[in-house]
Design a protein around this ligand. Sequence first.
Ligand code: NAP
Ligand code: MG
Length: 481
Amino acid sequence: MATSTAAPYSDLIIGAAPPNRRRDMIDVRDPSTGKVLHSVPDGTVEDGLAAVAAAAAAFGPWRATSARERAEILRRCWELMVARRDEIAALISAENGKTLADARAEADYAAEFFRWYAEEAVRAAGHLGTSPGGTNNILVSYQPIGVAVLVTPWNFPAAMATRKIAPALAAGCAVVLKPAAETPLTSYLIARLCKEAGVPDGVINVVTTSGSGPVVRAMLHDDRVRALSFTGSTEVGRVLLREAADTVLKSSMELGGNAPFIVLDDADPDDAVEGLMVAKMRNGGQACTAANRVYVHRSLVEEVSGRLADRFARLVVGPGTDPATECGPLINPRAVAKVAALVESAVAAGARVLTGGERPDREGAFYAPTVLVDVPAHADIVREEIFGPVASIIAFDTDDEVVRAANDTHLGLAAYVYTSDLRRGLRMADELEAGMVAVNRGLVSDPAAPFGGVKQSGLGREGGAEGMREFMESKYIATSW
Ligand code: NAP
Ligand code: MG
């Protein structure tokens, strides 16, 4: 039941009914209590197509602006996000549940995409060459691809949106953003800030809906749409790639991960535990880059797992919006049930619980920070994305053995290696089948670096110079003079 007032930002939806007309609404809930925070319009297929029409109309004038003009607007988007960081963080924390510290870090990370792409917008130079036979010149320039549909998940409601919006706008594209139904408020706030920063009407459109399937399908089948950029699960990514085939859409896919976190025998255990706290517990474990399988050299298992269990047991669990909280709720009760089932089946298969392993006795979508050891390699918890505050520790003996185990998955987003021998770490980084490897760090994400996966973790890259290419096409002109 929608008992609250409409979201203050929902005027940005395209095709939204005027306030005096009743329309269906989606409730947005606080995951730490289950209570309704706000409700937002439940967009229909017609709303989605109206958003595409608005983007198509805005695209021509937007691509005609100078790169410098777009850069200045993007820079103002960054400035406004920085100035209003605490407001953005509070909203992220309220609807997603993550701690205020994580939400502030996300707001900063999200804002940085605008600064980075403000700088990239003016550097999208093409190139000039001569054909090897000397018959003609080769002129190559990059042109914006057109209207892009952006579909984002709930786990980083700000950053997953800006990681797509900023490069798309820098390239000269107009976009329709379809955020996750759990976290639409942050998207509306970002779109509002962009408007304040000078982004013209129609260049960014937000459509919230409880009918993602039909609404996105209709948009992808509309000839005016030229690109799809999706972040979410591999399962939904496969569905959307099939949809995109019908209109041969350029598709970028940032999908699921199953990151190995490898602690070699020469690693500093303190550093490794510190890195693991970040790689595992950022956003309560709900990150595509989260350490999902922790491989520790047999000689260090006792020390690393003991220290980690100490740290986990001391984490303050509570609502993300409480400044004392160090581990917030999961996104919804379904996510808790999934994590609980994975832990139970791991324990049934022989894993031991060092700490946690249960739902805390409180309302809301909570699961206790959990450390498991002796986790068998065939357990579901090793093969599936946990997406929760559970570290599964697996002992190994040799480098070759751990690389083989780490690569034994159809996913390949992030991987982590801890060692005091950088050469050994870099060699292992080469051998790991992952789009991103962190050596002696618990965090890989950086707006200036190409983020993305290999195998079924995705197609294309976001961030860095690469991120803008996803929204551009090469135009080659042959000429002689
Ligand atoms: P999800 O269920 O795949 O949903 C992602 C988005 O797709 C949401 O906006 C969702 O809308 C929409 N969607 C769902 N079904 C759809 C359909 N049939 N057609 C069109 N759109 C559809 O993923 P999630 O649960 O939100 O997020 C968690 C997943 O995202 C994890 O697997 C995680 O690894 C991955 N992720 C990857 C990255 C990366 O960069 N590689 C980053 C963050 C997260 P609704 O909300 O309406 O379902
Ligand atoms: Mg979902």
